[in-house]
Design a protein around this ligand. Structure first.
Ligand SMILES: NC(=O)c1ccc[n+]([C@@H]2O[C@H](COP(=O)([O-])OP(=O)(O)OC[C@H]3O[C@@H](n4cnc5c(N)ncnc54)[C@H](O)[C@@H]3O)[C@@H](O)[C@H]2O)c1
Length: 365
């Protein structure tokens, strides 16, 4: 369409001020934000894109997590997405999954604190700090030890992080003290979780203990197969659904890992696999340092990873933007009637993926 004075000053595009008296819930509140500017409008568009993805007949939704989301208090927002079939697979940093969510599943908590506290005192008291909240370091050690215990109980061999996190979910279902976390909810809902840098968290400490013990005794051990994580995730992208949507919180390794599946599919000879059709990222990082976390989704398109027509960056801190976004999706209609994908059931022990197995599991549910 030709750009003219009339198209640029379109009466339908007038800024519509937010009228909070008319915003009765998060759903309508985000609609109102869409009439404004800046990040409010971006967040409203992110919601519109995800609404569209939820309504698609055959579109897998991948949730990507970085930062300290669970410890900050966003765990239930994330499980709401899983419980209501709004995400089909998760790619995360280990911190969110192990140090924070699994940790809470063991019955432990995070505590509100003060960022100006004396950190030397915290060190003496065995208290760890994440900006403005605290963790009992002795409890974190129990978390490390529990991971080692889970690894000790497994058949020696190579595992993807997805398989190991499913075992963590099984452990919480049997021995956990809190049953509403992400790892356990995903275990029950057959939503796979991948942690591409799984050793870079409490799981790494568990691995070190397990492997060192086995080495000293000359016994076979459990190893982490990071390459298989990538292969499994690529299979999901190729055969899980016709299209895919990404909801990325923060950025970091999960953002790149999931985007790269399009390139990996091409390497496997599947040039028919489309770029990720929808992509939303909530982040505070900007693009000026050239790092991945702040790189725009338009930039990802130059690498052949994300389609440009349905992408939205939202610049804002996730403890504010994510509950607003998920709340609007939850109270809206788009998610209603969306089926679970059961992707976890599609994987065999050798890492191969067959969608028919997910379907069979759905029918027996
Ligand atoms: N975060 C922790 O407390 C913690 C603890 C143990 C291990 N680790 C490990 O460190 C590695 C890096 O982790 P990371 O994800 O914390 O850091 P990261 O620096 O990789 O974060 C990625 C990006 O996400 C953005 N981001 C993070 N939180 C955000 C928020 N609340 N709102 C908006 N944007 C946000 C950041 O600005 C950054 O650009 C991972 O392997 C992780 O397992 C982290």
């Amino acid at each position: 369409m030709k750009v003219t004075r009339e198209t640029l000053l379109d009466p339908k595009k007038r800024v519509r001020p937010i009228d909070i008296r008319q915003a009765k819930g998060l759903d309508t509140f985000l609609e109102q934000m869409g009439g404004t500017s800046f990040q409010a409008r971006n967040l409203a568009r992110a919601r519109e894109l995800l609404d569209e993805a939820l309504r698609e007949e055959d579109c897998a939704i991948f949730l990507c997590l970085a930062g300290s989301l669970v410890s900050a208090g966003l765990g239930k927002v994330l499980t709401t997405l899983v419980e209501n079939n709004m995400v089909d697979a998760i790619v995360s940093t280990g911190a969110n999954i192990v140090d924070q969510d699994f940790f809470e599943g063991l019955g432990f908590s995070h505590y509100q604190g003060d960022p100006l506290v004396d950190d030397n005192l915290l060190r003496e008291l065995h208290i760890d700090r994440i900006y403005d909240h605290f963790i009992d370091e002795d409890e974190l050690k129990v978390c490390d030890e529990t991971i080692a215990k889970i690894l000790d109980a497994l058949e020696p061999g190579a595992y993807s992080s997805r398989e190991l996190i499913r075992e963590m979910g099984r452990y919480l279902a049997e021995h956990g003290l809190r049953h509403d976390g992400l790892v356990e909810t995903c275990y029950h809902k057959d939503v796979p979780i991948f942690c591409p840098a799984f050793a870079d968290c409490s799981a790494g400490f568990g691995f070190v203990a397990h492997q060192h013990g086995r080495r000293l005794r000359g016994e076979a051990m459990v190893t982490l197969d990071g390459a298989r994580d990538f292969l499994e995730l690529t299979y999901l992208k190729m055969d899980g659904a016709k299209d895919s949507a990404l909801l990325m919180i923060g950025g970091g390794v999960p953002k790149n890992f999931v985007q790269d599946t399009v390139v990996a599919a091409e390497i496997l000879g599947r040039e028919d696999i489309p770029m990720h059709k929808y992509a939303v990222q909530l982040t505070v990082a900007d693009e000026r340092d050239g790092a991945l976390s702040g790189s725009t989704l338009r930039e990802a398109s130059s690498w052949g990873k994300v389609s440009t027509s349905k992408e939205q960056m939202v610049f804002g801190e996730a403890t504010i933007t994510l509950p607003l976004l998920v709340g609007a999706l939850y109270y809206g209609n788009a998610r209603k009637g969306r089926q679970a994908r059961n992707f976890q059931k599609g994987f065999a022990r050798d890492g191969s993926f067959d969608k028919a197995r997910c379907q069979a599991a759905l029918e027996t549910r």
